[in-house]
Ligand binder design. Structure first.
Ligand code: NDP
Length: 240
């Protein structure tokens, strides 16, 4: 029987590429999104992938959303925690709201989503949790104290939880993408983007499909010996 995968923020950008790659590999896929109805409806229409709206920042909404997905598609075998936002600003200027929005979505979101699916994965003796972190969680970035803290936090979460899942057949891994051509990066002014590209040894932005292929590998049975790892996909920009 096909395995079921749930991708948060799975209707746009990297998440959309992950949802499509998993579907094409034979998974039953659910894509969550937060509020951009147009993009989600278009994505569902074009791909036939089931979309579900809730905010990963809200624990109760996550638990209810997961129940709805499992009622439609069956128990979740693969959880991809991809939803993420930026609220950039120099530290002396960012507001507590900018701090909280990013931590609540990017880091608390990973807890809010993983906690409700974890008991089922333990009971069934199989699970894959894949957290989409960031190069900037590994190396830090000016103007992104909130974002870097959230993405670095995901790496600690990944390592600690991997130890708890290991004997239960559950792997927990992170992917740390470098700069990928999505709305998030295309929103950066062109001059700044050119400066970013100049720092990438392969000389280009990454493609969302390149991150999706990393997810496919970590989700597979063949990756069962890999847990607690961070897979860097950054064109050589940061070597950890
Ligand atoms: P996009 O901005 O293109 O898409 C973000 C997705 O997340 C959308 O589907 C959005 O839904 C969803 N989302 C945002 N907030 C919430 C929320 N509270 N609850 C549920 N869904 C939410 O992002 P990217 O594709 O660029 O990034 C995806 C992930 O990859 C993020 O975690 C990001 O930090 C990480 N990353 C991205 C990099 C890049 O270069 N692009 C580099 C390194 C890491 P909606 O459409 O409804 O708004």
């Amino acid at each position: 029987m096909a395995r079921t995968a749930l991708v948060t923020g799975g209707t746009r950008g990297i998440g959309a590429a992950i949802s499509i790659a998993l579907r094409d590999a034979g998974y039953s896929v659910a894509a969550n999104y937060a509020g951009n109805e147009d993009a989600a409806a278009r994505f569902a229409g074009e791909t036939g992938i089931a979309v579900f709206k809730w905010s990963v920042a809200d624990y109760e909404a996550c638990a209810a959303g997961i129940r709805a997905v499992e009622a439609d598609l069956g128990p979740i075998d693969v959880l991809v925690n991809n939803a993420g936002i930026t609220r950039d600003g120099m530290f002396h200027r960012i507001t507590p709201d900018q701090w909280r929005a990013v931590i609540d979505t990017n880091l608390c979101g990973v807890f809010n989503m993983t906690h409700p699916v974890w008991p089922g994965m333990r009971d069934r003796g199989f699970g894959r949790v894949i957290n989409i972190s960031s190069i900037n969680g590994q190396k830090g970035q000016v103007g992104q104290v909130n974002y870097a803290a959230s993405k670095s936090g995901e790496l600690g979460f990944t390592k600690a939880l991997s130890l708890e899942g290991a004997r239960a057949g559950i792997t927990v891994n992170a992917i740390a993408p470098g700069y990928i051509a999505t709305d998030m990066v295309m929103a950066v002014p062109e001059k700044v983007r050119d400066g970013i590209i100049a720092q990438i040894p392969v000389g280009r932005l990454g493609e969302a499909s390149e991150i999706a292929r990393c997810v496919l590998f970590l989700a597979s049975d063949e990756a069962g010996f890999i847990t607690g790892a961070t897979l860097a996909a950054n064109g050589g920009q940061y070597l950890s």
